[in-house]
Every structure is written in C-alpha cells, then in structure tokens.
Design a protein. Sequence first.
Length: 364
Amino acid sequence: MAKQLLLSPNKILVQQEVAMAMATSFLPWKVSTAASLTTLARPKPTITSSRSSSFSTKAAASNSSSSSTKGDDGLPARVGFLGLGIMGSPMALNLLKAGCDVTVWNRTKSKCDQLIDLGAKYQPSPAEVASSCNITFAMLADPESAVAVACGTNGAAEGMGPGKGYVDVSTVDAATSKLIGKQITKTGASFLEAPVSGSKKPAEDGQLIFLTAGDATLYETVAPLLDIMGKSRFYLGEVGNGAAMKLVVNMIMGSMMASFSEGLLLSEKVGLDPNVLVEVVSQGAISAPMFSLKGPSMVKASYPTAFPLKHQQKDLRLALGLAESVSQPVPVAAAANELYKVAKSHGLSDQDFSAVMEALRAKS
Ligand SMILES: NC(=O)C1=CN([C@@H]2O[C@H](COP(=O)(O)OP(=O)(O)OC[C@H]3O[C@@H](n4cnc5c(N)ncnc54)[C@H](OP(=O)(O)O)[C@@H]3O)[C@@H](O)[C@H]2O)C=CC1
Ligand SMILES: O=CC(=O)O
C-alpha cells in the first residue's frame, strides 16, 4: 500500500511507496520471480524502508532471464529509451539486463550500437520509439533538447496516444516540463517528470534517486522500472515539483563543489597537503560522498567526466531562474554560477564539474 507523508507548508505529498502486489497489478508484463528475491535483496536506505515489496520487484527483475520479460498473460514490456549519453546508456542497459524489451534512439546513432549488440531494438526517430512502446523514457541534455525530442518534428509526441506513458528523466526547469507534459497529454498519453539525483556510477549501479511528479497512475505503472534503475523514488505531486526539487538539490551541489575547490586550492597555497584536507573533511560534519569521491582526483588536477560541467552550470542557471520567480535571494549559488561560467569560457564544458577548480586556479 502507498504510504503518504504530508510535508507542510507546501502540502507536497511525498509518497513512499507502492507494494509489489499493487505495482505488478498495473504491470501484467512485469516479472515476479519470488524465489530469487531473498538472495538479491540489498540493504535499503531509510527512505525506501516502507517499500520492501517494490524493492523485491527490482531484485526479481534483475535476476530474471529474458524469458521472464513476459508476464502471466504473455504481454511483453515494451520500453523506449531516448537519449543515450552518460546517464541514458547505463539506465537503458540496466533495463535491458533486467529483461525488459527495450527500444532505443539517440541523435548520434553510434551510441545505440552497444545496446543493440546486447539485444535492444532500434527505431530511427523518437516518434517511432514512442509508437512502438508502452512506456518511453527520455534522458536529454537540457530544456532545448528535451523539448525538441518530445515535441519537435518526428518527436515522441507524434508517436504517443492513449494508454502510453512518457517519462522525462532529464534535468529541466518546471516550465519546460509542463510544456512537454502538455504536448504529451494532448495525445491522450500520460506524462511523468522524473529527474534523477546520482551520477554516472549510481546510474551504472542502479542506485539513482528519482524525483517524480505528474500522473500518479503512470508513476505506479513505472515504479518497477524506476526500481531497476534506482534505489529510491519520491512522488512530489504536480508536474514542476520534481524539476524544482532537482534544481534545488543541484544548486546546493554546485555551490558545495565550488566551495570545496576553494578549500583545496587555499590549503595548497598555505603549504598544507590537500590530500590531508580531503581526509580531514571526510571524517567531520561536512563529510560528503562527493568530496571523498572526487577530492583525490581533483588534487591531481584530473577531472574524469561523470557529470559534465556544462550541465552543472545549466542547472545553476535554471535554479537561479527558479529563485528569481519567487524572489528568493540565492547569492552563494549566483556566485558559484559565475565561476562555472568562467570554467566554460576556459573550455572545460565537457570535463567533470569538479573542473570548476581550474577556473579558480586560473584566477589566482
Ligand atoms: N551525468 C550526470 O552525472 C547526471 C546528469 N543528469 C542530467 O541528465 C541529463 C543527461 O545528462 P548526461 O547523460 O550526463 O549528458 P550527456 O551530455 O552525456 O548526454 C546528453 C544526451 O542528450 C542528447 N542531446 C543533446 N542535444 C540534443 C538535441 N538537440 N537533440 C537530441 N538529442 C540531444 C545527446 O545526444 P548525442 O549523443 O547525439 O549528443 C545525449 O544523448 C542532463 O539533463 C543532466 O543534467 C542528471 C543526473 C546526473
Ligand atoms: O545531476 C547530477 C547529479 O549528480 O545528481
């Protein structure tokens, strides 16, 4: 059964979560390999503690053979995936590995090859993916590409219709998400926004956090698919709330990274070993997985891309717009945004966002 928490004062419902029996009843095409559940069950974060059944669905799916892509009534799951970048590729791969019938599309077709080799189907346009699938996910770079893929010529909306669902997992602003939702629902299909928190590695490990909002029935329908790709999911109500939550989280993250970079450079300048700083930080109240993960390579001025810097700057820009819309001062985020803009002007757009440190180094 769904457990709901009411968060005042905004009256945003956070639903945690839907039992497997309920979820699978919406999904005749999903598997339920009960025998395999116990062995695959992982420790769950507190937030997911009320959804052990959904978690088990994930475990079952992860352990399933390709024959288990068919439910009791023999209907196959047909899941589309649009956008196979750093995040989309591992997410689609996890769906495929879990036994889903996955159809992919990417603007640069070569990025589909690995998934096709592993059994994914291919369609030459978002419209054709949407028309051949029950559920279509989209993981695009930014608002412009998310709109183009959903609503442009040969876009997904052209292939949508009653009974289908479109789940946009890109990080965009609320207005963009609402626009896409409007175009999708006009066709009779359902829409869910579901941006993710978590980077390349969590995407590979199926450990993403989904921040969903929109059609509640579609949310329940896709819950087992989200559980294949992620470790937790939040349902936040109306379209726009998921986008807003994601932007607030990434606004904090962008400022944290800028501040951490300043600390590393300052420690170096005053003759301290920045590796020791990373260790000290890791043991105290400001410890964060992000610092421990990226600190050692930042000290070596190495920035292997997990979260491209250009996307972090996009998120800060969109978060500033969100803050502006409600007259909320966010001076720290505004300053961080300027730093990421400088980093972009130094040609660091496609490096990891931790390369923002280079913008500070260049200033000194
Ligand atoms: N990387 C990360 O750690 C995280 C990223 N995100 C968010 O997820 C989204 C995707 O990120 P990520 O995978 O890292 O980004 P990438 O830059 O690796 O991938 C972007 C994807 O968008 C496609 N794309 C870009 N422009 C267009 C366009 N005009 N038309 C059609 N397709 C287009 C790209 O296609 P092509 O291959 O042809 O260029 C590619 O598939 C972003 O919104 C990002 O902010 C969220 C959480 C974590
Ligand atoms: O959007 C980036 C992330 O790490 O989350």
